[in-house]
Structure formats: C-alpha cells, structure tokens
Design a protein around this ligand. Structure first.
Ligand code: FAD
Length: 313
C-alpha cells in the first residue's frame, strides 16, 4: 500500500504536524511518499519519521493551495497511491479536500486515531462524541489532527527527488506571508504545552505574567474568545469552537470559566490545569488538576516554581 503524504515545512524542515502525518501513514502499514514544495534541507527530517521517498516541487516556492492540490493529485496518480494523508492544519485543510474532490474519493478530516477495522475515528459535535467513519472508496484522503499520533522513530533517510511541475496557474496570487508568531514559539495547533488566559485577567496589561509562565515552560500562549474579541490578545490565540482546536499534552487555563464553546476546542488536551477564584467554575469539571485561587497570586508562584525546577534540571 502506498501513501502520498502532503507535508508542509518551515526553514527547510518538515513541520511536526507533517512528521505526524508521515507516522500516521507508516502506522497504517503504508509506504509513505512525501510531497512538498520549495526547498528542503536534505529530506527535511522525513526519513526519521519513516518516509522512504520525498518529492519536492522546486518551482512552487510559496504555499499555494491550488497549485499544491494539482501537485498532490499528479503525484497520487503517478505513484498509484491508495491513500493521501496530510495534517489537519491550515496547509492540509487547504489542500486535502480539494484533492479528495479532484480524485472523487472519500475523505475523513481530523482523524484522531489510526484506522481500526476499516474505520477512521474523529471527534464530532465539538468534541462531545467520536465517530468511526467507514470510507467506501478504494482510494481515500485523510487529514490527521495534530498531536493525535506520536512521531515514529526511524534510522533511515528518505531518497529525495525534485520535480519541475509548477502547479499551473492559480486564481489567487499569494503576495506575502506574515507569520502570526515572531517570538519563535511553536504554533498553537502543534504546541504540546499551552498557557491560556481569559477575562479573569481583567485587562491586557496583565498578560506579562502569562507570557513569562509560558516562556519558562517553553509553552505557547492562548486565550478565550472574549479576550481576542476585545483586542486584549491577537485573534490567532483564540481557542475553542470558533477558534483554534488544540490537543496539547498540557493546557493551563487561567481565569477562564470553561464555557462549552471554549471546552470544544481544548477538551482533548491530555492534562488540563485550571486556575480560577470561583470553585463552582464549570472548567473544574474538566480539569485534571484545579487550583482555586486568584491568578495574581497563583501565577507568580507557578513562575517561581518552574524557574526553580529549570535551574535544578
Ligand atoms: P468569563 O466567562 O468572564 O470568565 C472569567 C473567569 O475568570 C470566571 O470563571 C471567573 O471566576 C474567573 N476569574 C475572575 N477573576 C479571577 C482571578 N483574579 N483569578 C482567577 N480567576 C478569575 N469562547 C471561547 O473561549 N472560544 C470560542 O471558540 C467561543 N466560541 C463561541 C461561539 C458562540 C456561538 C458563542 C455564543 C460563544 C462562544 N464563546 C467562545 C464564548 C463563551 O461562551 C464564553 O463567553 C467565553 O468562553 C468566556 O470567556 P472567559 O472564560 O474568558 O470569561
């Protein structure tokens, strides 16, 4: 069985979400053939996650959903792929549904586990239920939720080849990319550690301690929707039903009530820590660890504790 894995990259390296998509293909028992664009450093790390082959379209220098769709379709047809896999991130969401439409095959978006008994599992109803979806076409397209499957470890490096396929014309021209995060932190969908805060913080001037805690932990910052709506924090930090859906290993929620729409985007986190003054706050029902206390007292203590831990590592 062959899998075409569409993988995005950053600074020449396949993204963590891309490596997870490769691992997913490997976990299915498929031979992962990675398709990427622009320029990679060597195999971009694809071989270390189990890919045997990497094809880079050097003529497509920037991310372009239409061009990359044509590239992935072409590669899937040329290589006789049984399945096309990508991460369920911004890049994958732009490319995978178009690929499924062009190939006229079934698709599951946001798979959270490897196929079992022919079914692919995903979360539905804002994370309140799981569905096992049976794909009835011979060929299939699957996008994989970041942080759902681990990255498989392999000793090998993949064979890298290039194609001069330029993807043809695009109905839109991407003029420039403006990275949302310039502080070097891991993008939210890929982050394993997230420190998030809500209206309990009272105002944007109080975010210094949230940023400091995140920095000490090596975490990415997030926020509740009203915090982004009122301009206290940028919109790309807003998590929840109408924001980014995440599943980090650790989600620390500070001064967030835990409304159902917020939980929809974070309740798949592996460990949830809640800091809230109100012992009746709904978030405590979803928490693994809860601290009933004032953020302005608790967070500085957490920062000190993490600093001490880091100093003694
Ligand atoms: P609040 O509800 O105001 O809660 C603040 C919390 O801080 C309280 O629990 C309070 O006890 C605590 N607190 C106060 N002071 C302190 C202190 N000093 N220390 C510690 N704790 C303190 N929301 C999202 O977040 N994401 C979404 O995607 C989203 N989508 C939505 C979609 C729809 C259609 C609708 C209708 C709503 C959506 N919402 C979403 C909004 C959601 O319903 C809640 O209103 C929102 O999550 C509340 O944000 P909050 O918890 O920051 O604020």
């Amino acid at each position: 069985m062959k899998a075409i894995v569409f993988a995005d990259h950053k600074s020449g390296k396949i993204t963590k979400a891309g490596l997870e998509a490769i691992s997913y293909a490997k976990g299915m028992g498929a031979e992962p053939i990675v398709v990427s664009y622009g320029s990679l450093e060597g195999d971009g790390g694809a071989g270390s996650a189990g890919a045997t082959e990497v094809v880079v379209a050097t003529a497509i220098q920037q991310f372009d959903g239409q061009k990359l769709t044509r590239l992935v379709v072409k590669m899937a047809e040329e290589k006789g792929a049984n399945v096309v896999i990508s991460s369920h991130d911004h890049a994958g969401k732009m490319v995978a549904p178009r690929v499924a439409a062009r190939l006229d095959v079934a698709m599951v978006s946001g798979a959270t586990a490897l196929p079992a008994d022919g079914n692919v599992r995903k979360n539905v109803f804002s994370g309140k239920a799981m569905a096992d979806i049976n794909l009835k076409t011979d060929k299939q397209v699957i996008t994989v939720m970041p942080n759902s499957v681990g990255i498989s470890q392999s000793e090998g490096t993949a064979n890298v080849s290039t194609t001069d396929f330029d993807g043809g014309n695009s109905a839109v021209t991407v003029k420039a990319f403006h990275p949302l995060s310039t502080d070097g932190s891991v993008p939210l969908p890929e982050a394993e550690l997230v420190v998030s805060a809500g209206r309990g913080l009272k105002g944007p001037e109080n975010w210094g301690m949230i940023e400091e805690l995140a920095k000490e932990l090596g975490a990415t910052t997030a926020c509740s929707r009203p915090v982004a709506d009122t301009g206290w924090r940028p919109h790309h930090e807003h998590v929840g039903q109408t924001g980014v859906a995440i599943r980090p290993n650790l989600y620390i929620a500070i001064g967030i009530s835990g409304a159902i729409q917020h939980l929809a985007g974070v309740n798949a986190s592996k460990t949830i820590v809640v800091v809230n003054t109100d012992p009746e706050a709904p978030f405590f029902k979803s928490a693994d660890y809860g601290i009933v206390g004032d953020a302005f007292e608790v967070v500085p203590k957490l920062i000190e504790a993490v600093k001490e831990f880091n100093a003694n590592k």
